[in-house]
Each structure stands twice: as C-alpha cells, then as structure tokens.
Design a protein around this ligand. Structure first.
Ligand SMILES: Nc1ncnc2c1ncn2[C@@H]1O[C@H](COP(=O)(O)OP(=O)(O)OP(=O)(O)O)[C@@H](O)[C@H]1O
Length: 276
C-alpha cells in the first residue's frame, strides 16, 4: 500500500530531562538521542514512567528540568501550530469523541494545516480517505464513533495521528485493543512510515522484531538503550521485568523471536513418576 504521508522524519533529542508529579520525581535525568527516521520503543514495568516521559517528550507536560529539541529547535519555543505539525501523539486510552463521525474524528488531524474558519479542503479529504484505508476503515467515514468496537475506535485515533502527517509520531501502547492481525499490521504501517517513531510498548517480541532501538525505563530513569537484540538480554529481562527470556529463531522465516516465561517455569522440570 502506498504511504499517504508526505512527511520527512525529524530527529528528537532530550537532555537531562526530569518530571515531578504530585510532589514525586517520576522521570529522572533522561538523555535520549533519536535520529531522524528511527523507531524507538520505550519499555519498562507498569508505573516506571513511560507515559510521563512520552507526554513530556511531545510537550504535553512541562519538564521540571532538562531540554527537548526536535529537528534542532527547542520544543518549548515552537509556536503551537508548528509543534502540532512536528509531533503527533496517541495517548494510551485515547478515544474519538462520541459526537463525531469517523471522518470528522480523523479530520481533526488536519487542524494544524487549516486556517481559523476553514472546515477542510479536498486535500484534507484525500488524506483522511488514505489513512482510513491504511487502518482498514475504508468507507467507514460516515459512521458515528459510537458505533465502533474498542479496536476500531483505537484505529480511528491512530488514523487521526497519521492524518497529522508529522515527522515525529509518539504512540503510548499503540497495540492496546488491537487483535493479533492488527498488531502486526500496525507494525507494518510503522515500518513503512517516513517518520521518527517513539512508542511505549509492552510486547517485547514486537520490539525485538520491529524497532531499531529500545530504551528501558525503570523507576523513572533510562537504565539501558540500544539495539533491541543487544539490550533485551536474559539478565536485563530478569532484573527489570522479573521474567525469563529466550531469543529463538523462527523455523520458517529465520527471524528472531523473544519467548518470555516466569523465572521458575523456565527452570528444568522435575520428572515425576507418580500416577494420579
Ligand atoms: N498525577 C500524578 N500524580 C502523582 N503520581 C502520578 C501521577 N500520574 C502518574 N503518577 C505515578 O507516576 C508513576 C509513572 O506513571 P506512568 O503512567 O508514567 O507509568 P507507565 O510506565 O506509563 O505505566 P504503565 O505501564 O502502567 O502504563 C506511577 O507510579 C504513577 O502512579
């Protein structure tokens, strides 16, 4: 499928980033260098600070310390329209507004390109049609967002972000609500996109196979970053996630896959001869 996005990817850099919430330090001393066109996965246990970090990196939360640069510009000095043309974000539990049709919800992604009183151009309709096809909702534009399943609503908010045609795309757990086929299709969409992608991910196997880099967050700090196959080692998986992990090669494709298990179940099983 042709990629309807007309973007050029852009680098993102964060230095010494810190965030507090409710008097607590949630993100501490984070340095990230994400070259243009890189797909970076942010992984870490529940509550480790991934959402807070992503929201700060796209300017939705102000850091208490540190700087963020996109394409060389200080994010917090960018006019809001330019910021909205640079970074699109899909939140973890984001929902399209119930009052809107699917096309209207996706069309919101075009807002940064519209003048004050414009309701949208034919160019905008072309982009909306193309991204709806990309997320498998071709012809669904006139439907009310109330008539969608959880996974379909999630694909609508993803389409809204794709319609924004930004050089940086930030996704917080984008595989939430998606079935097995759509999880893989989403990874293909990200693979094809000419954008820098930052995504909080819980599925470490998808990270291994589809991301260029991974940053591991634990207790608000980045404890490891680099190529997934080098970072997601058995030692790190045991220390940070308290799971045992083994990389195996798919017998048909030859691609690496990550198998996870509880630490004890990976140990050799005792053979019992007792009959029930
Ligand atoms: N408004 C707030 N005030 C105080 N603490 C908060 C606030 N929001 C989040 N936290 C805490 O900050 C920590 C990090 O939360 P965050 O949502 O960034 O984690 P996460 O890694 O995205 O988690 P998950 O994988 O569960 O989505 C958690 O301990 C959370 O309880």
């Amino acid at each position: 499928m042709t990629n309807p996005a007309r973007t050029r990817s852009m680098a993102l850099r964060a230095n010494a980033l810190a965030c507090r919430r409710g008097g607590r330090v949630i993100v501490r001393d984070v340095d990230l260098e994400v070259p243009a066109g890189t797909r970076l996965a942010i992984v870490g246990p529940n509550g480790s600070g991934k959402t807070t970090l992503l929201r700060t990196l796209c300017g939705l939360e102000r850091p208490t310390a540190g700087t963020i640069h996109v394409g060389g510009d200080d994010l917090h000095r960018l006019p809001s329209r330019q910021r909205a043309r640079s970074i699109a974000m899909v939140g973890q539990e984001e929902q399209p507004s119930a009052e809107l049709t699917v096309a209207e919800a996706v069309g919101l992604g075009r807002t940064p390109y519209r003048s004050a009183w414009s309701t949208g151009s034919s160019d905008d309709s072309t982009v909306v049609g193309a991204v709806l096809a990309q997320v498998g909702l071709d012809g669904w534009g006139a439907r009310s967002c109330t008539q969608l399943s959880g996974g379909e609503r999630h694909r609508v908010v993803l389409a809204r972000a794709l319609a924004q045609q930004t050089p940086i795309l930030v996704l917080d757990e984008p595989t939430n609500h998606l079935d097995a086929a759509w999880r893989l299709r989403l990874m293909e969409i990200l693979d094809e996109l000419d954008a820098t992608v930052l995504a909080a991910m819980h599925d470490l196997d998808l990270v291994l196979r589809h991301f260029d880099c991974v940053a591991v967050v634990s207790d608000g700090g980045v404890v490891a970053q680099g190529r997934p196959v080098e970072v997601l080692t058995p030692d790190l998986l045991a220390t940070v996630f308290e799971v045992s992990g083994t990389v195996v090669t798919h017998p048909a494709t030859g691609r690496p896959h990550l198998l996870l298990d509880t630490p004890t179940s990976a140990a050799p099983r005792a053979v019992t001869t007792d009959t029930p």
